[in-house]
Structures are given as structure tokens and as C-alpha cells.
Ligand binder design. Structure first.
Ligand SMILES: [Zn+2]
Length: 419
């Protein structure tokens, strides 16, 4: 009976069935082809990354915590970023994080002086290696540098503490080249509350913080909502005249209770305002398993220290822990980074997601497949495998961030036209 029915198909349908049975994989490219494609796209598209901690890494070395300051114009053994690996990975515009630890906040003048010293490091990198690095204050400048094969080093300030209590400092840092400000870091500051601080000094943005956001809109500095408390985020969204970025945050849906990442409601609000969330690659930002594991490791460290009658930071314990982590690795993966991108895409659309690795800022917690700046093609490969189009990948690599950055400039220009 079945056979009879089959035979009833017209010759055309039968031919089509035969063709589709014969070579189902012909329409699907192989992994090898997708890998080649991923490398090609990583070189063809500008890749911008919202957060790379090069200035802080180099400044710590310079201040004697390590003896030799890495020459990042060459391949370096340490660290996640250098020129050679960035070129290999297709990275063109890493935002240099001018990161001010919260410990500088309490001493008047200290955070501003420290910010200035980090900006000098970036300026010096560009001046010392004009054939490799260049400063950039606008998307158009990055594009011009890209055309010359140079890696751009736009700057973002992580922690608004250097503004101290003087609004004029916002313009001062704009003139120094700062193009985004992460309003706070690990502790509440004069501008707003931090996601990592339970004090909740202001219940969101402070009155001074409101003035800072307005001033950033006026000048054309992107507001970065990474690190700030949920209340501060919603206060910013009510106030800002321009879209905002989360320069290095991931999705809280994967890490319940971790306020440092963005909840679905926040991502929706961010998208409504035209902003972009740039996914952080640190394993602790990607899944709760790693966070639980971190607690486990802390206990193992404490147990080992007490068994051996030494302090938990004793070199004996550190050596033991280094070996233990080596023997029992438990990193997240490049696939989970792609899961976060999927999540944002499914929630609000492809136009609101970008990359904010936190390279050189999250220590030894980077996921397998994204261990340093040479590995962006692995992520592009994963997206291609999931059926992302070239246009979608281009948006993730830079176009979404460009849209925000250009809009911020446009809003500032309209302010100036109003006088
Ligand atoms: Zn950070």
C-alpha cells in the first residue's frame, strides 16, 4: 500500500525527493569552511570591545608590583592583550579602560591624578608606536585608523570618582579623550550606588550624579551603566537624552542574584532607549556554576591554610591552589558567551548586543575558546554555526556600538545648537 502511494508522486516531486535525500549536507557548510569564514569576517569587520584593562595592567607593572612593564607592541607572555594577538584576532578598537579602584575615592585628588596617569600611558602607547596604535575620539576616527591598519585606542573611564565633586571635571576628561564613563565601580561614589556595595548611599543616582549624566549628554560622553546598582540604572534611563552602553556586563538570567549583570527588564529598558549591552567574557559573569565553584575554591584555600597553620595568602597556599586549579579546571566556554548573545537577541533583537570582554581585567577566569584577544574568530565561528548572518555578526562586532556612539555625538551637537 505504501509503495503504491509513493509511486503516485509525479516525476518532478520524485526527483526533488531524491535530490534532497541524496545531498542534505550540500547546503550546510562544514566546520572547516565556517572557521575560514569566521577568520575572514574578523579581519573584514571592525571589531570593537567595550572594555580592555591594558592601562591598569601596565600601570601596576610600572609601579613596581611586577618588575618589567610589558611591551604590548610585541607578543607578550603575560596578559590577554598585545598588538600581535589583537591583529590575529581582528580586534581594531578596544576601549582602553581608565580604571580607578574604589580605594582612591576617599583621598581628595588621588583618583583624578591616577586617571591622568593612565591616560598618559595610552597616549604614550600611541605616540611610541604610530605604525601600530592610534588614539580615536569618534567612530569616524576609528574607521580612518582601520583603513590604515592601525589599532585604535578609544578611552572609557571606569568609575566616575575622578570627577570628584566638580562638574567641570566632566569636560576636563572629555578634553582628555574620555568617551564613556562607568558611573561607579566597586563602591558607592558621589555619583551613584554600586551593584557590589550594599550600603545604597543614594538609592540610585545622587543629585550630583543627575547633573553628571546631563553634562555627559551635553558633551557627548557615553553613559556606561555597568557596575551601577539597579536603582541607579533606572534613574539613568529616566534622565538620559541619549542611548547608553553597558560596556562589560552579561545577562543575569544565567547568574540569578548577581546584580553586576543585567536583568531581562533592564535589557528591555536599555533596548527601548536604543542602547547596547556588551557581553563580559569572565566565567563568573557567564554562569552560576563558576560562581559556586569560586566559593568552593575559597573554602579549599581556607582549609588548606588551617591544616598547614599558615595564613590563607601564604605562598605555600597560593602554590597549592594554583596547582589545584590547573588540575581541576572549570572554566566557562565560548559557547556560553554565544548563549548570552542569543539571549539578548531573543529578548530584544540583534541591534542591542555587542562585546565587552574585560580582557586583562578578569584574571584567570576567561572561558575556553576566548582566552585572549586572538580568539574572537572562535566566537564568530560559533555564531555562524548557529545561523547568524554576516549582517548580524557585523552589528555585534561594532555597528550596534557605533549607532550608540554616533547618536551620543548627535545629541551633544543638538545641545550645542540650542546654545
Ligand atoms: Zn569592571
Amino acid at each position: 500500500m505504501k509503495m503504491k502511494n509513493l509511486l503516485k508522486f509525479s516525476p518532478l516531486v520524485a526527483a526533488m525527493l531524491f535530490a534532497s535525500c541524496q545531498s542534505p549536507q550540500e547546503s550546510l557548510p562544514s566546520d572547516e569552511e565556517l572557521q575560514t569564514k569566521a577568520i575572514e569576517l574578523s579581519q573584514r569587520f571592525i571589531i570593537t570591545d567595550g572594555h580592555v584593562d591594558i592601562p591598569y595592567r601596565l600601570s601596576r607593572q610600572r609601579f613596581g608590583l611586577t618588575r618589567v612593564m610589558d611591551d604590548i607592541s610585541q607578543r607578550t607572555e603575560r596578559g590577554d592583550f598585545d598588538y600581535v594577538r589583537a591583529k590575529q584576532g581582528g580586534l581594531d578598537a578596544p576601549f582602553m579602560s581608565i580604571y580607578i579602584p574604589a580605594s582612591y575615592q576617599d583621598r581628595p585628588g588621588a583618583s583624578k591624578a591616577y586617571a591622568d596617569s593612565l591616560i598618559l600611558i595610552v597616549e604614550k602607547l600611541a605616540a611610541d608606536h604610530p605604525d601600530k596604535f592610534a588614539l580615536a575620539n569618534t567612530p569616524a576616527q576609528v574607521e580612518a585608523n582601520f583603513g590604515k591598519g592601525l589599532i585604535s585606542m578609544p578611552m572609557g573611564m571606569e568609575n566616575g570618582a575622578p570627577i570628584e565633586d566638580d562638574l567641570a571635571n566632566v569636560e576636563y576628561f572629555f578634553n582628555r579623550g574620555i568617551r564613556y564613563i562607568t558611573l561607579s565601580h566597586g563602591k558607592d561614589n558621589k555619583i551613584c550606588d554600586s551593584s557590589y556595595d550594599n550600603t545604597r548611599t543614594w538609592g540610585g543616582l545622587s543629585p550630583f550624579g543627575e547633573e553628571v549624566v546631563k553634562e555627559m549628554n551635553r558633551l557627548g560622553i557615553m553613559v556606561d551603566v555597568s557596575h551601577i546598582s539597579d536603582d541607579a540604572f533606572f534613574d539613568v534611563m529616566k534622565l538620559t537624552k541619549a542611548p547608553v552602553i553597558a560596556s562589560h556586563s552579561s545577562c543575569r538570567a544565567f547568574t540569578p542574584g548577581f546584580e553586576r549583570n543585567m536583568s531581562d527588564d533592564m535589557i528591555k529598558e536599555l533596548a527601548k532607549n536604543g542602547g547596547v549591552i556588551q557581553i563580559n567574557f569572565g566565567s563568573g559573569f557567564l554562569d552560576s556554576v563558576y560562581i559556586r565553584r569560586r566559593d568552593e575554591l575559597r573554602n579549599i584555600r581556607l582549609d588548606y591554610a588551617s591544616q598547614n597553620n599558615v595564613a590563607p595568602n601564604d605562598s605555600l597556599v597560593t602554590a597549592y591552589m594554583n596547582q589545584y586549579i590547573k588540575d581541576n579546571p572549570n572554566y566557562s566556554t565560548v559557547q556560553v558567551v554565544a548563549d548570552h548573545i542569543d539571549h539578548v537577541k531573543n529578548l530584544v533583537g540583534i541591534d542591542y548586543v555587542g562585546l565587552g570582554s574585560d580582557f586583562d581585567g578578569v584574571g584567570d577566569s576567561l572561558p575556553d575558546g576566548l582566552k585572549d584577544v586572538s580568539e574572537y574568530p572562535n566566537l564568530i565561528f560559533e555564531l555562524l554555526k548557529r545561523g547568524y548572518s554576516e549582517d548580524e555578526i557585523e552589528k555585534i562586532c561594532y555597528k550596534n556600538v557605533w549607532r550608540v556612539w554616533n547618536k551620543v555625538i548627535e545629541v551633544a551637537n543638538s545641545h550645542q545648537n540650542l546654545g
